[in-house]
Design a protein around this ligand. Structure first.
Ligand code: PGA
Length: 251
């Protein structure tokens, strides 16, 4: 059985004090609810403060990006070792906003995935098609290719650390979510790509999330699908009420 994982990707929202307020509220509301693994992904500046609040709990901490070198003259970048020392368990890698606005390529994503794994940080690898790609029937080939490239050269023994998030770009922040069966079908293709490279058992064990306008009123539709193991939540993770409702989708 794959344990569901729901991560809040806060993007470039929340100062340190706002981040503390949000985490305190979520932790207080969730109590010891343990059916879902919950991960907070605040901006870099709030990582240490959030870690202080969740130390010794089962809540996870994730960064939203990293660079693939451990140190060096790379002004403005943050290394996997730095994130590890702060206590990051996860790192979102290859989010479509990074690909779209900061020019990240599949090769960059692959380097970041390997560097994160080397440092003991679990990557949450984002893949997903644009509206144009969907409309021209490229969704399957694109997500298969993004998955293959992200995993190139990753040692089989490290693959169980990886989470993949299927995030159709047209559904991110638009209020237009995919539907359960459609996301399930695409995630099936992603799992099949992992299977072809790493075998059935590894593919069956891998957790694959859906992301893109996930809200309290549609989360269940996604979580009811057999291939979907969680969600990467943007906008709705910024409000404690709605994030907690999403996490408790089964109640
Ligand atoms: P959204 O963002 O939930 O606001 O659509 C999801 C994401 O970008 O991870």
């Amino acid at each position: 059985m794959r344990k569901p994982i729901i991560a809040g990707n806060w993007k470039m929202y929340k100062t340190v004090s706002e981040a503390e307020e949000l985490v305190k509220a979520v932790v207080a509301k969730l109590g010891d609810y343990d059916e879902v693994e919950v991960v907070f992904c605040p901006p870099f500046t709030a990582l240490a403060a959030v870690k202080q609040l969740i130390k010794g709990t089962r809540f996870g901490l994730g960064a939203q990006n990293l660079y693939w070198k451990n140190e060096g003259a790379y002004t403005g970048e943050i290394s996997p070792l730095m994130l590890k020392e702060i206590g990051c368990d996860y790192c979102v890698i290859g989010h479509s906003e990074r690909r779209q606005y900061f020019g990240e390529t599949d090769a960059d994503v692959n380097q970041k995935v390997k560097a994160a794994l080397d440092a003991g940080i679990k990557p949450i690898i984002c893949v997903g098609e644009s509206l144009e790609q969907r409309e021209s029937g490229q969704t399957e080939s694109l997500v298969r290719m993004q998955t293959e490239k992200a995993l190139e050269g990753v040692e089989p023994s490290l693959v169980p650390q990886i989470v993949i998030a299927y995030e159709p770009i047209w559904a991110i922040g638009t209020g237009k979510s995919s539907d359960g069966p459609d996301a399930n079908r695409v995630i099936g293709w992603i799992r099949d790509t992992v299977r072809a490279r790493y075998g059935h058992e590894t593919a069956q064990a891998m957790r694959i999330q859906y992301g893109g306008s996930v809200k309290p009123d549609n989360i269940k539709e996604f979580m009811d699908q057999p291939e979907i193991d969680g969600a990467l939540v943007g906008g709705a993770s910024l409000d404690p009420e709605s994030f907690v409702k999403i996490v408790r989708y089964n109640q």
